[in-house]
Design a binder for this molecule. Structure first.
Ligand code: SF4
Length: 306
């Protein structure tokens, strides 16, 4: 479902797509944008779940429909990025015109090759000189290869630049606050399921199922327009019991001691891992209500291994 999220108008569902289960989210983004464009409903900004977003989609959405896709792009998961001192891809200067990369030690690449990865995406492989890397005293921060040189795999220029920029942006509070608006669509799905029977498929077959989804969205829009006209305000986003518990544990108040006391005694499993069981209270109107374990199935259970 795609809905509007302006603050000065009702949040209306403007597109519904129904697919069979194995279709990935990212395979639908281009279709959603094309459908919105056909109806002249293309948004300036589209807040999307991470599953719908990759660098190629962000670039093509901007070029094809002038839509700024906002959603978390994949973080750099290389060991160089996760180790605080490693030379990750952002440490290299790329000169796209002369097809050359320069490493933090000032060395330039010896190879530059364009190819397709296993998923059919264009990518660029660059490689530094073997002898130069072998003599480099920064080598432990750069590569774990025993004898080989440093190699880097990049996306094509537009996607590479966008990935680097987005990775920096999405680490900021400003970006998170902007993206936070997307939480509203979870409320829409919840409304559809709880109030309009969206969870249960009334028909067999994709076309009829899609019909049900479209009619449900239509009914939700009617209800929302009515709420808007009668001055009913938006519901606040709920915080899960666990999130509220986390807040309580961090805040200095008397109830914390009760919550903390629910931490079970540490246990050691056969592999030597230590675990504790947390019993989570139900939170009603901001108050933690703690019931005996196993007597109230609404209690949550989290096992922390460390
Ligand atoms: S190992 Fe090679 S690529 Fe890495 S910093 Fe040293 S010379 Fe540059």
């Amino acid at each position: 479902m795609t809905e509007t999220c302006d603050t000065d108008s009702p949040h209306l569902i403007i597109n519904v797509e129904t697919t069979s289960a194995p279709v990935s989210d990212s395979a639908m983004t281009a279709l959603i944008h094309q459908t919105l464009a056909d109806r002249e409903l293309s948004p300036a900004t589209h807040l999307l779940d991470a599953g719908y977003v990759d660098a190629e989609i962000v670039v093509s959405s901007l070029l094809d429909h002038n839509i700024d896709v906002v959603g978390p792009v994949l973080a750099d998961t290389s060991w160089q990025a996760t180790a605080a001192e490693g030379f990750d891809i952002s440490s290299f200067k790329i000169d796209w015109k002369v097809k050359q990369a320069t490493c933090p030690q000032g060395q330039v690449t010896s190879d530059w090759a364009i190819r397709r990865d296993n998923f059919g995406n264009d990518c660029v492989d660059v490689r530094f000189d073997r002898a130069t890397c072998a003599d480099c005293f920064k080598r432990p921060q750069c590569t774990r290869s025993k004898a080989g040189p440093r190699e880097i795999m990049m996306r094509p220029q537009a996607q590479h630049k966008l990935l680097q920029t987005r990775r920096q942006q999405q680490a900021t509070d400003t970006w998170r606050a902007h993206y936070g608006k997307r939480a509203g669509i979870e409320g829409t799905l919840s409304q559809g399921i709880r109030a309009f029977g969206l969870r249960r498929c009334r028909y067999i077959g994709l076309p009829k199922t899609r019909f049900q989804h479209v009619v449900t969205a239509l009914a939700m829009n009617v209800a929302r327009i009515d709420d808007w006209l009668t001055g009913r305000s938006f519901a606040k986003t709920r915080r899960s019991a666990f999130a509220q518990m986390h807040f309580r544990l961090r805040s200095p108040c008397r109830r914390n001691s009760a919550a903390v006391s629910l931490l079970g005694a540490p246990r050691t499993d056969p592999r030597g891992r230590v675990s504790r069981t947390w019993l989570l209270p139900r939170v009603i109107d901001g108050e933690a209500h703690i019931r005996p374990w196993m007597k109230d199935t609404r209690l949550g259970k989290v096992v922390v291994v460390g």
